[in-house]
Ligand binder design. Structure first.
Ligand code: NAP
Length: 262
């Protein structure tokens, strides 16, 4: 169901894509370039962004702009957003993909990895929006899309910290929607299941319903085109997890143990 104004046509739309250097973000950059968007691509690794830019030029004849940033640093985010607003007079889409995933369970809980994940996955988008919400309010239009995860729906094995960062991001996006939708600004949360990227290469278990980053980018783009608030995929896995979270806990824990714990 379309809860946002649909973003039907990406042609000549100004898109700031954060987390473009790898995995899902990299595939989104290619999808958006193919659709004709004007792209600013960001993340920490400038070399990878330069490679991506070369790919976009070779494949689609597109020249994107590179603005490196570290979403863990408020100073870096402030500098980057100033550079973005220097380049784009309006932002049609902010697509925040950056995230880190370290599998953690009770016996491997450590504050260093925990702070890193909270700072990137949850505080990262908040740092960016700290500067960009005034811009969206001034424009009175545009879209904010945040990449969460189905791991945010409910507690899962090895997601002791990652899961809560994505659960909080989902909650944040819901509140953001309530505040900004009446003002004409689209808010989107994207909840992928398992996607084959460098982040998930460390998993030592068989990932159910694993999909390619290209398929993920297509799902994300089509969800934005439809104006969905939440875009979740692949459906056979995401609906299963949605169902899990409404079941009574004895059944929930039994199903997780049977189907998800390896
Ligand atoms: N793969 C999956 O199965 C899956 C499932 C659900 C949700 N997700 C979510 O999808 C998003 C992308 O994940 P992925 O699997 O594509 O992982 P990935 O290949 O490791 O890519 C992660 C991206 O985040 C960027 N990033 C990390 N820390 C950053 C920082 N401090 N500042 C700026 N950018 C930073 C990385 O760029 P630099 O290193 O260049 O900074 C990279 O572009 C994440 O939010 C992840 O939680 C992934």
């Amino acid at each position: 169901m379309s809860l946002n104004p649909p973003l039907k046509d990406f042609h000549n739309k100004n898109v700031w894509l954060i987390g473009a250097s790898s995995g899902i973000g990299h595939a989104c950059a290619r999808w958006l370039a193919k659709e004709g968007a004007n792209l600013i691509i960001s993340s920490r690794r400038e070399e990878s962004l330069l490679d991506l830019n070369q790919t976009l030029t070779n494949e689609f004849g597109v020249q994107s702009n590179i603005i490196p940033l570290d979403v863990m640093s408020l100073e870096s985010v402030e500098k980057a957003q100033a550079a973005v607003l220097n380049h784009f007079s309006t932002i049609d889409l902010l697509l925040f993909v950056s995230g880190v995933y370290t599998p953690i369970e009770a016996k491997t809980l450590n504050i260093v990895d925990a702070e890193n994940m909270v700072s990137t996955n949850l505080l990262g988008p908040i740092r960016v929006l700290n500067f960009l919400i005034p811009q969206f309010l001034k424009q009175g239009h545009g879209h904010i899309a945040l990449v969460g995860s189905v791991a945010g729906y409910s507690g899962l094995p090895k997601s002791l910290i990652y899961g809560p960062t994505k659960a909080a991001l989902l909650n944040f996006a819901e509140s953001l929607y309530e505040d900004l939708n009446p003002l004409g600004i689209g808010v989107h949360i994207i909840c992928p299941g398992f996607v084959k990227t460098p982040a998930t290469a460390i998993n030592d278990f068989k990932m159910p319903s694993l999909i390619s980053p290209e398929r993920a980018a297509e799902e994300i783009g089509n969800g934005l085109k439809k104006g969905e608030f939440e875009t979740h995929f692949p459906k056979e896995f995401s609906f299963f997890l949605k169902l899990l979270r409404i079941l009574p806990y004895p059944i929930y824990f039994w199903l997780v143990k049977k189907f998800i714990t390896q």
